[in-house]
Design a protein around this ligand. Structure first.
Ligand code: GAL
Length: 668
């Protein structure tokens, strides 16, 4: 990994302390900091009067210890003088109430005044630092969409949305037809009549809602672009990134990433029991550009903003750090250097405590720093299994879930988790990706119809690929209106089936009220009851098979005895369909997809994450990360040497709780 460091706020501490901080950073092995992303009020205390002197000094002091700087453009918080002078830069919520200043992210990206001032501060900063070799790159703004601000409902946005619709549809007739505005008498006769999804008695038109999501992404993408273009012009050698938050689903990250050189993201794991969820985020972030990413904020200990800010056990920060490296991080930056005495995040841990003494996180970061010195330059080999991910499918299903717990993200993560636990490496790709080189492709709920995609999947299968599509496939047009065809539209020949009925399944608690539904169990088609049963929940489809063979059968309910999952052989490959939401392993589907052939050469329990990278010479390097609180046994194929301590390792190995082993295969 090339870059290792922390998010540092020198402006929060007296200048006399900076040299000591820089020294401690060097002792941890750091070579980079991120600075300045919330410092607009200090950098421009009055309109047009800039003060970069303090930042120059901080950058120079860090440079003396060999630490370079990534600067954040400070646009996530406009300074108070700007808001007071131009209150209409404030975002508005669905009730058209301003999002007041006093915290952050309250400015509207469609406000011309805000755009102009953003351009000014970024140009001033970038010209000042263009020739400073210590500044190696930029983070644009900070976490677009954080605190639920990806959508703004102000008049600037209303005007911009109408312009956006005009260029998408050309004519109002086309828009009325696409959205089906004849429903509930919303036929528009002038562009000005079109609302934003302002708070209304009932839901807005789904076509409007989906277009509004697209528009929000285009808004932030254009705002990001405004800054990217300026920075690129002033110094083309800089790399440019933005720190994403995979849990925020308001913006299409594939689109935002397209204009960046490097993706970075902020890793605040949700509890400790979800290493697969963290791995999924890493892989999605890698997948946005199919290249190494940065973790721009790595949790260093407990945070302050969860309902319960659970403790982080010893070893966990190191484990998270190595997990990031294993998934392809080329930069790892801890948030934050030192816990702050004032402001909104006083209980947030840092690598140092409030009093400036190293906390546990510092010791672990320092250990990682030393360990990085023992690793070769690593890269991710391409996987043979791909999971497709699409923000528009996610939004369409969020807008009309048909079951309060239906969640596209969770579905994708659930499928990912199964593969992760079986140590099957995979790439997360956009839905329209080229599938060349992949042998197994899994698409969770590909909801919106795309005929070209259907053709691509068909070729993939005919040429020997193994494809799995799940329920809720190809239901709606891109305008978010229902297809005229039987479901899944245009996929009948590929899958050898149609969907006869779709069912929103009552939860366990509600089950008694729906006795006709049964217990929500499936049986293995080839084995039959009682040898293997699998519970399903949330969603089920009754399938009408034309050419497909059943793999799983509904065991109860009025549709008992019909197929719940199928396989259809076509050409040299096959296409599977999963008709219901399963949380547990899926042996029959697993076998049909031959996933076992793709798992890594270590027999390890699910809690031990196994990841393979390559060194510069293409030699495999195996990461074994024990996420369990107890030691775990792993049986290895082949002979290895531990890169962290030089030990020879072969056969059965016991990895301590929270342990990290990094092994290179040795010639026999
Ligand atoms: C991030 C944010 C940081 C800080 C951090 C606290 O989402 O980018 O500025 O607030 O959360 O965990």
């Amino acid at each position: 990994m090339r870059y290792f460091g922390c998010d540092y706020y020198p402006e929060h501490w007296p200048e006399e302390r900076w040299a000591e901080d820089a020294r401690l950073m060097r002792e941890a092995g750091f070579n980079v900091v991120r600075l300045g992303e919330f410092a607009w009020a200090l950098l421009e205390p009055q309109e047009g009067r800039y003060d970069f002197v303090w930042l120059d000094r901080a950058i120079a002091i860090l440079a003396q210890q060999g630490i370079q700087t990534v600067l954040g453009t400070p646009t996530a918080v406009p300074p108070p003088w700007l808001v007071t002078k131009h209150p209409d830069i404030l975002q508005q919520d669905e009730y058209r109430r301003p999002r007041h200043p006093g915290s952050r992210r309250h400015a509207c990206a469609n406000s011309p005044v805000y755009q102009e001032h953003s351009r000014r501060i970024v140009a001033a900063l970038a010209s000042h630092y263009a020739a400073n070799p210590q500044v190696i790159g930029w983070q644009i703004d900070n976490e677009f969409g954080c605190h639920n601000t990806s959508a703004c409902y102000c008049d600037h946005c209303a005007a911009a949305f109408r312009r956006w619709l005009q260029s998408r549809y050309g004519h109002l007739d086309a828009l009325n037809a696409a959205w089906g505005t004849v429903f509930w008498s919303a036929v528009y006769t002038a562009w000005e009549q079109i609302p934003l999804p302002w708070a209304a008695p009932a839901a807005h038109n789904p076509g409007l809602l989906l277009d509004f999501r697209r528009f929000c992404t285009d808004t932030w993408r254009a705002y990001q672009r405004l800054q990217v273009d300026l920075l690129r012009r002033l110094n083309p050698a800089w790399f440019i990134t933005h720190n994403l938050m995979p849990g925020f689903t308001g913006l299409d990250y594939f689109a935002l990433a397209a204009d960046l050189d490097v993706v970075s993201w902020d890793n605040y794991p949700h509890g400790l029991g979800s290493p697969a969820a963290v791995a999924f985020s890493h892989d999605l972030m890698y997948g946005l550009k199919q290249r190494p990413f940065w973790v721009m904020e790595q949790q260093p200990g407990p945070v302050n903003w969860r309902p319960v800010n659970i403790p982080v056990p010893p070893g966990q920060v190191r484990l998270w750090s190595h997990q990031a490296i294993a998934h392809g991080a080329e930069g790892l930056v801890y948030f934050r250097w030192r816990a702050c005495r004032f402001g909104q995040e006083q209980y947030h841990s840092g690598l140092l405590q409030h009093d400036g003494r190293p906390d546990r996180g510092y010791a672990e970061a320092q250990q990682v720093g030393a360990e990085l010195g023992r690793l070769p330059r690593l890269s991710r080999p391409p996987a043979s299994v791909a999971l497709l991910f699409d923000y528009e499918d996610l939004w369409a299903l969020q807008l009309d879930p048909h079951h309060r717990d239906f969640d596209y993200w969770r579905l994708a993560e659930t499928l990912y988790r199964r593969l992760w636990a079986a140590h099957v490496p995979l790439d997360v790709l956009p839905r329209n990706a080229d599938l060349n080189g992949y042998q197994v492709v899994i698409a969770p709920a590909p909801h919106l119809i795309d005929e070209r995609q259907a053709a691509r999947w068909r070729t993939f299968v005919e040429e020997g690929g193994r494809l799995l599509l799940t329920f809720r496939a190809f239901v709606k047009e891109r305008s978010n209106t229902w297809t005229e065809q039987a479901l899944p539209a245009g996929l009948h020949e590929l899958l050898g089936l149609r969907v006869a009925e779709y069912l929103s399944i009552p939860s366990e608690d509600d089950r008694q009220a729906y006795p006709h539904h049964g217990a929500g169990r499936l049986v293995h088609a080839a084995l039959g009851e009682p040898k293997a049963t699998y519970p399903y929940r949330l969603w089920a489809e009754v399938l009408d098979l034309s050419a497909a063979q059943p793999l799983l059968i509904y065991a109860d309910g009025y549709y008992a005895g019909t197929a719940a999952a199928t396989v259809h052989r076509l050409g040299r490959g096959l296409a599977c369909y999963l008709g219901c939401w399963l949380e547990d392993p899926l042996p029959p589907l697993w076998e049909a997809l031959e996933l076992e052939r793709h798992s890594l050469p270590a027999a390890a329990p699910p809690e031990v994450e196994v990841v393979r990278l390559c060194d510069e010479n293409g030699r495999p390097v195996l990461f074994l990360l024990n996420h369990a609180p107890v030691p775990q046994a792993v049986v290895l194929d082949g002979r290895y040497v531990s890169l962290l301590d030089g030990r020879a390792v072969a056969g059965q190995a016991i990895i301590p709780a929270g342990g990290v082993w990094i092994l290179q295969e040795t010639a026999v």
